[in-house]
Write a protein that binds this ligand. Structure first.
Ligand SMILES: Nc1ncnc2c1ncn2[C@@H]1O[C@H](COP(=O)(O)OP(=O)(O)OP(=O)(O)O)[C@@H](O)[C@H]1O
Ligand SMILES: [Mg+2]
Length: 233
């Protein structure tokens, strides 16, 4: 397998002179699902935002495929094929589901059909999607719409920041079915930021532990070992 993403020694944060990321290095292989787990405030979301250049990083390199993408804007990265679902499932609240989708859709044909074939909340007539306002959606539906918008650019790699957080057990199941489809049907590489360690270990090929702005452990595959590391059990 070849690398789709390579990050070397990434430093940065939200304010000058206050680093949140302290030299993050990681590699992601084509087609794999890589989990990133860690305590609240450890820097997981910050890493996702830094990869997408939504916050600046002051040192380090990021390559995507064989290209150095360290200086690309978020929009350019999206054109290259990297997309992020931000924590909390962000959507445009005052727009309809259909208008949210239209804003995110790439020019490629069939993307919408593909999304509607795998995302349950989109499997209603177009008129219904035009009528449904985003601010009336349930938490689970909002996460599905946010995920649909993440996929609408036809990405090769998606960063999913806690896609099942705060959802009911049934909605969590639905979300993980969707994640399996993204991986197995669409063949998209996934970086999954997840609080639920057991879920992450079950879904991902391997997991890394984020601790104080550093990815400290790799190839974690035993729940017990991880509990020991994170909670000093
Ligand atoms: N917009 C911001 N401005 C300034 N500091 C921020 C901002 N967002 C996050 N931080 C800080 O960056 C650090 C890492 O936050 P981050 O959101 O990356 O953690 P996380 O691992 O994603 O946590 P969680 O599991 O709670 O989502 C925290 O100390 C946080 O206070
Ligand atoms: Mg976070």
């Amino acid at each position: 397998m070849s690398e789709i993403l390579k990050i070397n020694n990434l430093w940065g944060g939200y304010k000058a002179h206050v680093d949140i990321l302290h030299g993050v290095s990681m590699k992601v292989q084509h087609g794999e699902a890589l989990g990133i787990i860690g305590l609240n405030g450890s820097g997981k979301s910050t890493l996702g935002k830094a990869i997408m250049n939504m916050i600046p990083f002051r040192k380090g390199e990021i390559s995507f495929g064989s290209n150095d993408v360290s200086s690309l804007t978020t929009s350019q990265l999206s054109h290259c094929g990297i997309s992020i679902m931000q924590q909390g499932g962000k959507v445009f609240q005052t727009l309809s589901v259909w208008d949210n989708l239209k804003l995110a859709l790439s020019k490629q044909p069939n993307v919408l059909e593909t999304l509607r074939s795998i995302i349950p909340m989109l499997q209603v007539p177009k008129k219904e999607l035009q009528r449904m306002m985003a601010d009336t959606l349930s938490g689970g539906e909002k996460h599905q719409l946010s995920l649909a918008m993440t996929l609408a650019t036809n990405p090769h790699l998606v960063i999913l920041d806690e896609p099942s957080a705060g959802l009911s057990p049934k909605a969590v199941e639905d979300m993980y079915q969707l994640l399996h489809a993204i991986r197995n049907v669409l063949g998209i590489t996934i970086i999954l930021i997840e609080q639920n360690i057991a879920r992450a270990i079950d879904f991902c090929d391997r997991c890394m532990l984020m601790s104080q702005g550093l990815l400290t452990f790799e190839k974690i595959d035993k729940f017990e070992v991880l509990e020991e590391i994170m909670f000093n059990k």
